[in-house]
Design a protein around this ligand. Structure first.
Ligand code: HSE
Length: 427
């Protein structure tokens, strides 16, 4: 490992983000180096296929396809391969050899973050991951450094651009989910396999990272109660519009009952909510600090250049520490707060229930809610076709466990034909 003020940087992966990191690093090497107080040298670039066309010219002398030698001589390793393997193995090895690691890999951190932090500590090196949450938006620095003097109570955000784009398309065109997904794929906003985004896993990984940082506790992705957007219908979106609301996929992490509430779910938001105006592929996160009050971060959460911006910020900090000493913040999990079980979370819902238009049906539906201790805030019955009608209800706050039990009873009731909408309401 180098002890001089030359910092050798290896980049693992030269896809959309990796190529932009390399392009900007080559273009702004002197400027970034001046900020770090070190000379930044591109050491090796690991790619899958040496001959694949790329958007950036990389010296063939440093381009390699052998993971075994990718880490040789690197002071700083930037992991942009994504996924769990081989990223996990390479990041572990990089830390074990004392290299500083910068990664944008939220899945890796959400699953193995504590282990990687421990390895970094054991080998007296650092782990940086600004790019793992909300691309260019500096939310990791915000939580890990800028607000470390405050007591954070709540983090709520839109942290997945793909789903935000799809929900937006549904709202502006009236399309069903599957059509809007195809449009997002055609426009390059959704992956061919969109599972991680649309099922909420990507947002859950980011939620786990934000919750861990905000509450100084270990929150794994498995602990985040997660629901994606695949069941949101055009009728749900229409209901939202008509009632002055929008539907957004939210990631929420907050202190509640001495524990952590960590959730990802599609929610109805009033148009006056600051997150309601976050459209297209944009991300936004609101942090609530006891002293700072409410702060909102907004910007591009994905894409080559915005994500490269976050990676290169980490690189300047990492190179400065390599050259002049000092460390990135360590993992702080002293608070060791547990995650609240989903059943214990207080929630509000809008439900649209299809029933036969006969005597006693409304009483039966109301009785089921009452039996489970759920108070209704509003009840509205649409004009039916004399055979069946829709009853739309909004609930007051109730425990998710009680809502689940009521939903089960409604489904079993002979007076209920179907439950066509089940939507969370977030204030
Ligand atoms: N797929 C993510 C999104 C970006 O759509 O926001 C990377 O986390």
């Amino acid at each position: 490992m180098s002890n001089s003020s030359i910092v050798r940087v290896s980049v693992l992966g030269a896809g959309t983000v990796g190529s932009e990191v390399i392009r900007i690093l080559m273009q702004r090497r002197d400027e970034l180096g001046a900020r770090a107080g070190a000379e930044l040298m591109l050491n090796k670039v690991l790619v899958r296929n040496l001959n694949a066309p790329r958007s950036v010219d990389i010296d063939p002398g440093i381009l390699i396809d052998d993971p075994e030698v990718a880490l040789d001589g690197a002071d700083v390793v930037i992991e942009l391969i994504g996924g769990l393997e081989p990223a996990f193995t390479l990041v572990k090895r990089a830390l074990q050899q004392g290299s500083t690691v910068i990664t944008g890999n939220k899945a890796l951190l959400a699953r193995h973050g504590p282990h990687l932090y421990e390895l970094a500590e054991e080998h007296n090196t650092d782990l940086y991951y600004e790019a793992a949450v909300a691309g260019a938006v500096p939310i990791v620095y915000g939580l890990r450094e800028s607000l470390t003097g405050d007591h954070i109570n709540r983090v709520v955000g839109i942290v997945n651009g793909t789903t935000n784009f799809i929900l937006d398309q549904m709202a502006s065109t009236g399309a069903e989910y599957s059509q809007a997904l195809s449009q997002a794929q055609a426009a390059g906003f959704a992956e061919a396999d969109p599972t991680a985004d649309v099922e909420g896993h990507d947002a859950a990984a980011k939620c786990a990272i934000m919750a861990s940082l905000a509450f100084h506790s270990r929150v794994s992705i498995e602990a985040v109660s997660t629901e994606g957007i695949t069941t949101v219908s055009a009728a749900d979106i229409e209901y939202a519009k008509q009632s002055g609301q929008v539907i957004k996929l939210l990631a929420v992490a907050e202190r509640l009952q001495g524990k952590i509430r960590a959730e990802v779910f599609p929610a109805l938001l009033p148009l006056t909510h600051p997150l309601a105006a976050v459209n297209g592929a944009y991300n936004a996160v609101i942090l609530e600090g006891e002293a700072a009050g409410r702060l909102m971060f907004y910007g591009l959460g994905a894409g080559g250049a915005p994500t490269a911006s976050a990676v290169l910020s980490d690189l300047v900090a990492a190179a400065s520490h390599r050259a002049h000493g000092g460390h990135a913040p360590r993992e702080l999990c002293y608070a060791a707060l547990a995650v609240l079980s989903p059943e214990q979370i207080p929630v509000r819902y809008y439900l649209r229930i299809r029933v036969p238009d006969t005597a006693g049906v409304l009483a039966e539906v109301a009785g089921i809610f009452s039996h489970h201790g759920i108070s209704l805030e509003t009840v509205r019955q649409d004009h039916g076709d004399r055979e069946e009608v829709h009853i739309g209800v909004t609930t007051h706050e109730a425990l998710q466990g009680d809502i689940n039990a009521a939903l089960e009873a409604l489904r079993k009731s002979e007076q209920v034909l179907s439950i066509d909408s089940i939507l969370r309401i977030e204030e």
